[in-house]
Design a protein around this ligand. Structure first.
Ligand code: UDP
Length: 343
């Protein structure tokens, strides 16, 4: 295991020290467990003494992300698409269901809009049915994309902002699907009294993130371009902004939302309060990698949100959570991981 991953897992474990009992000897189904965030979640849960059932169809995730977990006690892998029904008999009685199974990169929405919609709508319904059959706690990994492109007076964006989404736009298969997934979770709570929790995840980065082809996101693309001294591709003029959370902070927030009593039935933003323009991110990554890359300005993707930054007062209050890893620090870890992977 890479040093950066080991240290990251140790950090999460320390931060969750008061919640160990919530996961110890619990059986947790992690849908999308072989993905970027999923693999961190599976690894953390195993360290906390949970039994983990990873369900993944490897549509956008990688078998190698869970390969070293296969020999670990308490870990099982089920290769399956969540948009197909999942019976309790297939996985056994689970206590907690975490739905992290979705494509997440904008170019994937373009190539696989149907699968993206199905995973977050039908997939959510299927996992809610399983949760109901097992009387399990259900957590839906929603997204800042439910807000679409919020106006400036709603940035930082609080959970009460209801969104500005084009239902037939190029990102709608993801945005509307996440909104529908949230509606499904709330419907199961209302009609069946299920214990559901929703987290809206803002841009997250770190080791295990993919960089290649349609799977690449801005941080992984910029880092791999910079390390190869290739041009750094900035879409538009780079004045659009995002807020980036290091993956260990995200996992800490997500698992707190899963087990804190106060999070039951709630919708909670998990993200960083530090908003940064994409051009500034490019400069920062160039500096941290000591790269000689040039900047290449390209056509921006359609409907690219201008700004994205969460209001995290609710996470602070209900989960006693704040992100701890600063952007320079998290980027340094991520660069170290990519540097070793590329060498
Ligand atoms: N972006 C960029 N160059 C790239 C990839 C992305 O300038 O090579 C921009 C993209 O247009 C967006 C931001 O970086 O404004 C974040 O993109 P990402 O794909 O990571 O996720 P998003 O936040 O759009 O879902």
């Amino acid at each position: 295991m890479h040093k950066v991953v080991r240290e990251g897992l140790e950090r999460i474990e320390r931060e969750l020290s008061e919640y160990h009992e919530a996961f110890e000897s619990r059986k947790v189904l992690v849908a999308g467990g072989a993905g970027f965030i999923g693999t961190w979640v599976c690894r953390t849960l195993l360290r906390l003494g949970a039994e983990v059932v990873c369900v993944d169809n490897f549509a956008s995730s990688l078998p190698e992300n869970v390969e070293e977990l296969l020999s670990q006690q308490g870990f099982t892998l089920l290769k399956k698409d969540v948009s197909k029904p999942l019976a309790a008999e297939e996985v056994g009685r689970v206590n907690i269901v975490l739905h992290l199974a979705s494509r997440a990169a904008p170019p994937e929405f373009d190539s696989f809009p149907v699968e993206t919609l199905l995973a977050n709508t039908v997939g959510t319904a299927n996992l809610l049915e399983l949760s109901r059959a097992c009387d399990a706690t259900f957590l839906f990994a929603s997204s800042s994309e439910v807000y679409g492109d919020p106006p400036p007076n709603y940035v930082p964006t609080p959970e009460i902002y209801t969104g500005n989404v084009n239902p037939v736009g190029p990102r709608s298969c993801y945005e509307e699907a996440k909104r529908c997934g949230e509606a499904f979770a709330k419907a199961y709570e209302k009609q069946y009294g299920l214990d559901v929790r929703i987290v809206r995840i803002f841009n997250t980065y770190g080791p295990y993130m993919r960089a290649e082809g349609i799977y690449g996101r801005v941080v992984s693309r910029f880092i791999t371009q910079a390390l190869a001294n290739q041009p750094i591709t900035i879409y538009g003029d780079g004045s659009q902004s995002r807020s980036f959370t290091y993956v260990t902070d995200l996992v800490n927030g997500l698992l707190r939302a899963t087990c804190c009593d106060k999070a039951r039935g709630e919708v909670i933003n998990i993200g960083s309060e530090r908003e940064i323009k994409i051009i500034e991110l490019a400069h920062l990554i160039k500096k941290l990698t000591r790269s000689s890359s040039e900047f290449k300005f390209e056509q921006p993707p359609p409907d690219d949100p201008r700004r994205r930054c969460p209001d995290i007062s609710k996470a602070k209050k209900l989960l006693n959570w704040t992100p701890k890893v600063g952007l320079e620090e998290g980027l340094t870890y991520t660069i170290e991981w990519f540097r070793d992977k590329m060498s």
